[in-house]
Design a protein around this ligand. Structure first.
Ligand code: SAM
Length: 308
């Protein structure tokens, strides 16, 4: 049976003031609704979509599909040259909208808001084990491990370079100090990063037994898996004992033509929240009410795993 939930139900313990506290230090400029600079930013996105940005094609096959093989090749290159310090300092700038606020901000602010969501979801659900599927080079896992040392954290990632980079960072004594500004809660045990259990694998066939982890999470990883959507959702539901938590651009939040076109051209995730119960994943909270990029909006969906 499908369950209807309010799409703006908040995550317990996360208020707008909390989100602003995390994001606002990254804001470099705010714009009025009629600001020519802001409208130019929107026109620039539309122009990119109109001329089909050529580098986007590196991610797609001749049929315009984002295949796992191409995703793996592209991210393998990307994650072999991560500058951890620069990523966490976040010198890159992006355009963000949130309610009636329009902003230019350091993009790391967006990731800090995800950290806030994840930390409060962990406080709420109290898992004793967590696995992140598609952890990249480990940014979120490393940060969560040092804040929640009592939890067993694991990760499964498609690329060998992502696993290698994350393992090296997990063992580097300098990592906890670099994480200090990124984490939302005080660091409780810098040594906990070294205990992360990381492996290479695909969401299509997770190297984990049935119902083996309390909470399975993804952060902008399912967005890459439109071509394997059904298998990936089945696998998340199979290995999760209690919850699956996804921070992803669900269709519910991307109905604007600009968003739809961006997602279509890049063959990103188009699943809707109402499809989850068919996999035994029952949504209990969902919201995208945080600063968002202009190209597509990502939100968090917290689900209970149906007891079977
Ligand atoms: C946009 S990155 C996000 C990384 C990380 N979750 C973060 O938020 O920093 C997407 C990640 O998903 C991984 N990925 C894509 N398809 C995957 C699959 N089938 N199985 C496991 N990981 C996958 C990619 O290799 C990449 O590291």
């Amino acid at each position: 049976m499908q369950q209807t939930i309010p799409l703006h139900s908040a995550i317990p313990g996360v208020t707008d003031a909390d989100i602003a506290r995390v994001f606002d230090p990254c804001v470099v400029e705010e714009f009025a609704a009629d600001s020519p600079t802001w409208w130019k930013a929107l026109r620039d996105v539309d122009a990119k979509l109109e001329r089909r940005t050529p580098t986007w094609d590196h991610w797609l096959n001749a049929d315009g599909q984002r295949t796992s093989a191409l995703v793996q090749r592209q991210y393998d290159g990307k994650w072999s040259r991560v500058d951890f310090e620069a990523e966490l300092r976040g010198s890159r700038l992006g355009w963000f909208e949130w309610g009636d606020r329009r902003m230019r901000a350091r993009t790391v602010g967006y990731k800090k808001v995800f950290q806030l969501w994840l930390a409060r979801v962990i406080d709420w659900l109290k898992p004793s084990s967590v696995v992140e599927i598609g952890f990249g080079w480990g940014m979120h896992l490393l940060a969560l491990a040092v804040q929640f040392p009592e939890i067993r954290f694991r990760g499964v990632e498609l690329t060998a370079s992502g696993v290698l980079t994350a393992r090296a960072l997990a063992l580097d004594p300098a990592t906890p100090r670099l994480l200090e500004d990124f984490v939302v809660d005080p660091l409780r045990d810098g040594g906990a990063a070294a205990r992360l259990d990381l492996c290479q694998g695909s969401a299509e066939a997770l190297p984990l037994p049935d119902k083996s982890v309390d909470m399975v999470m993804t952060v902008l990883a399912l967005e890459q898996m439109e071509q394997i959507r059904d298998k990936a959702l089945r696998e998340l539901a199979r290995v999760a004992r209690r919850h699956v938590v996804m921070i992803e651009p669900f269709r519910d939040w991307n109905s604007q033509p600009r968003h739809r076109e961006y997602i279509r051209q890049l063959d990103y995730w188009t699943a809707a929240i109402e499809e989850l119960p068919a996999y035994g994943l029952i949504p209990v909270a969902a919201t995208a009410d945080v600063p968002q990029k202009l190209t597509s909006h990502a939100g968090i969906v917290v689900t209970d795993v149906e007891r079977g």
